[in-house]
Write a protein that binds this ligand. Structure first.
Ligand code: ZN
Length: 343
């Protein structure tokens, strides 16, 4: 009788422990399979095992053909637990190399348009094992890939500077900027700055976690000012030492800790040209993922001083009339918009 009473009381507990034990065994078994490279993607595809993320090295070792069946790495699809594969709709596939993106140029009635690769081209890059890194953000409905070397491109496609999408105001330009920024961040955020441990992708959000100390790293931005200084209708433009020597553009620089945007503008203009400015006004901002800048476009007026360039950075700085401009940056950048008076 005592045994029966105890059993009856313990039954829920026993059931719970049995279920929990089964779950742990099941997880361990699954992880062993994942680690061994026998990860059955079709199971993930059904969402059955969507809870689990294989470890980073399994992500690298997954049979390429199976990844190709998927379209993109299932590991990164598991970044968000709430997104099982069948819920992950991918609208855009971005393939990057350096600062370029793979596109097919189309001459439409409304002007130049850029067609992005489809899932098949994306899969082929995986098939041919030319991808250095690939990832997806299901919540943003895109998948992206970085190629290690310039590769032969599909017929009709070519490598185009990403800024061309900005210039053409492509509907996916903003998302492509995000994807490029995340791709650069992934490339440059591989080890923990605290303990040196390798990082793995976070399961739940766009972040990386140290496998040793657990510190989390999130995508970061570097704010930069870019300013057009005017004096009696003339524009202050400079040739930079490290860039195309024939190109004249606005003054620009990274913000420093403790600075306001206005203080940064004053400091950068004075450091690079010896000119003091006033009436600083914000104009427009732009994501500039080369690799991680947020460009803050400003206007400023000349206050005092004579041009004296910073030798280390500036080749030459001159005042130009708006109707006698030198070679300036192409469309797609804040510099072009500021110089041409679009903003
Ligand atoms: Zn660490």
């Amino acid at each position: 009788m005592l045994f029966v009473r105890c059993s009856a009381r313990s039954l829920p507990l026993l059931c719970f422990l049995t279920a929990e034990f089964s779950r742990i065994v099941y997880r361990c078994f699954f992880r062993v399979l994942s680690t061994a490279g026998f990860y059955e993607l079709s199971e993930v595809k059904t969402g059955k095992f969507g809870f689990f993320c294989p470890p980073r090295f399994a992500h690298q070792n997954i049979a390429q053909q199976k990844v190709a069946d998927f379209g993109f790495c299932p590991y990164n699809l598991c970044m968000s637990m709430t997104h099982y594969f069948e819920d992950a709709i991918t609208d855009f596939f971005f393939i990057f190399h350096g600062n370029c993106i793979l596109v097919k140029k189309l001459n439409n009635a409304g002007g130049l348009a850029h067609e992005l690769p489809d899932a098949n081209i994306y899969k082929k890059c995986v098939d041919y094992q030319v991808a250095k890194d690939w990832f997806a953000e299901p919540q943003n409905r895109y998948a992206a890939m970085t190629l290690a070397e310039p590769q032969p491109v599909p017929q009709g496609f070519e490598w185009e500077p990403l800024r061309s999408l900005f210039a053409a105001e492509h509907p996916a330009a903003s998302l492509a900027a995000r994807a490029a920024g995340i791709a650069n961040w992934r490339q440059n955020t591989r080890f923990c700055s605290g303990c040196g441990g390798p990082l793995s992708d976070d399961k739940y959000e766009t972040a990386r976690v140290c496998t040793l100390c657990g510190h989390e790293f999130f995508p970061s931005l570097s704010p930069c000012i870019i300013v057009l200084v005017k004096k009696n209708g003339k524009l202050l433009l400079a040739r930079h030492k490290q860039r195309n020597t024939n190109l004249y553009t606005c003054l620009a620089g990274y913000m420093e800790p403790g600075e306001t945007i206005e203080q940064c503008v004053e400091r950068e203009v004075f450091e690079e040209t010896g000119i003091k400015v006033k009436n600083i006004r914000y104009a427009k901002s732009q994501s500039w993922p080369f690799p991680d800048q947020l460009m803050i476009g400003c206007h400023a007026e000349y206050e005092s001083g004579e041009i004296k360039v910073q030798q280390e950075e500036i080749q030459e700085a001159l005042w130009f009339s708006a109707d006698e401009l030198p070679q300036i940056p192409p469309p797609g950048s804040l510099a072009w918009e500021l110089i041409t008076g679009k903003i």
